[in-house]
Write a protein that binds this ligand. Structure first.
Ligand SMILES: *[C@@H]1O[C@H](CO)[C@@H](O)[C@H](O)[C@H]1NC(C)=O
Ligand SMILES: *[C@@H]1O[C@H](CO)[C@@H](O)[C@H](O)[C@H]1NC(C)=O
Length: 283
């Protein structure tokens, strides 16, 4: 692909590398003069790890690229930082996700690509175009390959609306067949709610429970919650690095979403519609 350069902000080097590999490109070296003539720059940056340290570096990178040369600068942010701070639920609370959106524009981003936003209203925080990707494509592939009992499968959500989902399954459960539940959530931190929901489902008679999560921050007691739940596996996407946690917990499995990012970058660069991707991703 000509006239394109992909850079990684240090927060999640592996995902950036895998995305570049899917595109057959090399990641740009950050200190270089070579991108003087580049037209389109994509900076991959995931809001993970030391979130505040990892916020300023990509902003500086975006601003530098913009000043030096890039004619079109896209920030690819699979896990949007502060996505959980999306509304003013107390008078003194700032909407941090909106602040991040403003900072991206001020730094010089022309376009944002992000994935499974915790709250869709965040899309409205931007004055620049946003493409909203879904991890579903990777999730479906994982389910097809890894859950052989998927014909007897119920999809359950564990958050606000989701508690209802769990209860309605419980109500209908008088199962005399192998019912498998797949709990889904877009963003988890301590994993308390999702593990609790999983155990309730098992108590209610579900044979096996899988939890599938897009953005897994896994802080505090998350690993011990996962260790203690009786669910079969906790499957997470790699929008956040998971290698360390996988070493401490054999139940964690990873869905690779780099090819979704790569396809979105390729389509954006070729000025094709990204929404087409949702139904036609090459899996
Ligand atoms: C299915 O699970 C195996 C084992 O975790 C993994 O290697 C494989 O990548 C999974 N399939 C997909 C589509 O992720
Ligand atoms: C979780 O279980 C693994 C063994 O699978 C163990 O090595 C690890 O220390 C446990 N961690 C916690 C926090 O319970």
């Amino acid at each position: 692909i000509p006239n394109i350069k992909i850079f990684s902000s240090s927060s999640h080097q592996d995902l950036s590398q895998e995305t570049a590999d899917c595109l057959g490109l090399e990641l740009g070296k950050v200190v270089t003069k070579k991108f003087m003539y580049v037209e389109n720059v994509y900076i991959i940056w995931s809001g993970c790890g030391e979130i505040n340290n990892n916020l300023m570096a990509p902003l500086i990178m975006i601003n530098t690229c913009k000043i030096v040369s890039a004619s079109q600068l896209t920030a690819v942010i699979p896990c949007f930082p502060y996505a959980q701070q999306d509304k003013k639920d107390k008078s003194w609370v700032t909407i941090s996700a909106k602040l991040v959106a403003n900072m991206l524009s001020v730094a010089g981003a022309d376009h944002i690509i992000t994935m499974d936003l915790h709250a869709s209203q965040i899309q409205g925080f931007f004055d620049i175009p946003v493409n909203y990707l879904y991890a579903d494509l990777g999730v479906l592939k994982w389910i097809r390959e890894n859950i052989s009992e998927r014909k007897n499968c119920a999809i359950v959500s564990s958050d606000a609306g989701g508690a209802k989902g769990v209860n309605s399954i419980e109500d209908r459960l008088n199962v005399d067949f192998d019912l498998v539940a797949i709990l889904v959530d877009d963003m988890v931190d301590t994993c308390g709610t999702i593990c609790h929901a999983a155990d309730k489902l098992l108590l209610a008679g579900v044979t096996r429970v899988y939890a599938i999560l897009t953005h897994s921050i896994f802080c505090g007691p998350a690993i011990s919650h996962i260790n203690n739940t009786c669910s079969k596996a906790v499957v997470v996407s790699n929008t956040i690095p998971q290698d360390d946690k996988m070493k401490h917990c054999s139940k964690i499995q990873v869905i690779d979403i780099s090819m979704i990012l790569a396809e979105a970058i390729r389509k954006t660069h070729n000025e094709e519609s990204v929404s087409y991707l949702f139904s036609h991703v090459p899996l």
